[in-house]
Write a protein that binds this ligand. Structure first.
Ligand code: FAD
Length: 259
């Protein structure tokens, strides 16, 4: 690891203003992506601005048909939240399947969404559950947030403060995990709303995406269509054809399991 300076902040304003003053800073939340990246020398920020102790961005609350989760809330807190287990059990189950206990106890929802790893679980939940990403600057619809591989709509220094999920009629997340890391080789979040179902797929492509053709087929009461492998990820874990097959199988299971 290269040398860097570390500072801990206690408010959103302090985090954002410090970030602006510094040379090449990065926010540090759970550190479960950023620190391994730094160890591999793929990132060498001058400063780490630790946001993990800002009270305003930790915790879970509800408002009408929405569940709001502070960005520095850990995967463990989401997995064990009574509110989330009652209102969106699929989201609690998803959080409970992220990595291992060490990852869940430190890793945060905001870090996961900001990072937008193509195999991460939360992006699928955000996209299927009509999430709004609330930041230090604005509110961003999930439909506009995930741009490409490790790329989001966030501006430099823009801090995610919370994520608002819409409570569905029913939902389910099914993942085919990499047996070592537990990241999704393919993961499918299925969520039903009055106007129809939303199906979001992670792991299969460079960026999380909605399976619009499947959603339309369900609306028409038809069989799920075959998935075209072209453009899907192909690596040592699974080829594109296999991933295409998994998308359909995981989606079928998610529909069957939805509650
Ligand atoms: C062994 C292992 C297994 C894992 N398995 C899985 C898995 O199965 N599924 C899965 O989804 N993930 C998995 N992860 C990743 C894990 O969920 C991370 O916790 C997560 O991706 C990043 O969250 P973090 O809080 O650790 O972020 P950090 O590592 O602290 O930060 C990640 C990036 O996001 C930025 N950032 C952090 N918070 C914010 C914010 N509020 N606003 C703006 N930018 C921010 C940081 O600057 C950095 O660029 C695994 C990680 C490890 C090490």
């Amino acid at each position: 690891m290269y040398e860097f300076d570390y500072l801990k902040v206690s408010s959103i304003n302090e985090a954002v203003s410090k970030f602006k003053e510094l040379d090449d800073p990065r926010y540090l939340a759970g550190g479960h992506t950023l620190l391994p990246t730094m160890k591999q020398r793929l990132a060498s920020p001058s400063h780490l601005v630790d946001i993990s102790n800002i009270p305003d961005i930790i915790g879970i609350s509800t408002n009408n048909n929405e569940v709001s989760i502070g960005s520095a809330t850990t995967h463990h807190a989401v997995a064990t939240s009574e509110t989330i287990n009652n209102l969106i059990p699929a989201l609690a189950a998803l959080a409970n399947e992220i990595g291992d206990p060490q990852v869940r106890i430190r890793g945060t929802i905001g870090g996961s969404l900001a990072n937008n790893d193509p195999a991460a679980d939360y992006p699928a939940a955000a996209l299927a559950l009509k999430a709004t990403i609330v930041t230090s600057e604005r509110e961003i619809s999930c439909d506009d947030f995930f741009v490409d591989l490790f790329e989001t709509a966030l501006n430099e220094g823009e801090l995610i403060t919370s994520v608002k999920f819409t409570v569905p009629q029913k939902a389910s997340y099914v993942k085919f995990p990499n047996p070592a890391s537990r990241y999704a080789i393919v993961g499918v979040m299925y969520a039903e709303f009055e106007e129809g179902a939303r199906i979001a797929v992670t792991g299969a492509a460079p960026c999380v995406f909605r399976a619009h053709e499947m959603e339309e087929a369900l609306k028409r009461g038809e069989e799920l269509p075959e998935i075209i492998a072209e453009g899907l990820n192909s690596d040592i874990h699974a080829g594109a054809e296999y991933r295409a097959h998994l998308v359909k199988v995981m989606t079928k299971r998610a529909i069957e399991n939805a509650k």
